[in-house]
Ligand binder design. Sequence first.
Ligand code: PBG
Length: 333
Amino acid sequence: MDLTYRPRRLRRTPALRALVREHHLAPTDFIYPLFVHEGATNEPIGAMPGSSRWSLEGLVDEVGRAWDLGIRCVVLFPKVADGLKSEDGAECFNEHGLIPRAIRLLKEVHPGMAIMTDVALDPYSCDGHDGIVSDDGVVLNDETVEILCRQAVAQARAGADLIGPSDMMDGRVAAIRESLDEEGFEHVGIISYTAKYASAYYGPFREALDSAPRTISGKPIPKDKSTYQMDVANGREALTEALLDEQEGADILMVKPGLAYLDIIHRLRGESELPIAAYNVSGEYSMVKAAAERGWIDERAIVLETLLCFRRAGADLILTYHACDAAQWLKAG
Ligand code: PBG
């Protein structure tokens, strides 16, 4: 054939392919999510093989392992004992609570590791919602934001570097920014869960924390989070949320879940100059693990491909439970 353009020329050898490769993955792109509980031992999480609810001691070791693999940021989620849960989730701003203690300990042992926290009431709420549920079953916005601000300040006081509001209440980024500044934490950043969808992909996470919506207080409890998390059908609405979060002072914008929402990552990348993060959530992780256990897919290849595709779509950072495995594979080359 008489062809002028033969795109295969640049695919002919590994050296040529490397030369024109557009995107790369590095362990410093990852934020590693970790679950922590009060127990003295590490408890494996059934639906998330390879993940555990770490004891404080186990957490310190796991973060050390991540550090040695080149990971430079972790995000912490607490499994809170039922006895500490309440309708207003007040345990979330207890300065001696599990998360503040975990942060202080990690900062002592691994001072270089950046620590991100999650701001929302669900692990602390006996109703299993991210906000306060009124007697008639409405998730209250402004009342919730007041508590979230106290939670964020408690986390900052313990040493958190990045505060991650995952609650989807309106106006929380501005309110948290103001509270942090008032308390002298103007150096602490906000990584906002900007476009967080009401997704079925969070199932294994809610199992890990025992944090799914439930009715025990006698109130009518909404069975899902669709009055505050976004409708999965909506794309433009993510741009509205992004604009608001930018105006309110977010430092990083996040899209969640990740894999089925690459179009949203791409759209936000085009609209904002802020760093964009993707959350490769628990359900995405569990699906890969389940298929890999059955020998149906090549786990290493699937994980590295998936993570690289987040980068191609426009994500600068990726929250992923695969972080340590991926860092190890990248190191091995
Ligand atoms: C809590 C929160 C959730 C996740 C992160 N923070 C669950 C939810 O909103 O119900 C999900 C993370 C995952 O599935 O990996 N607000």
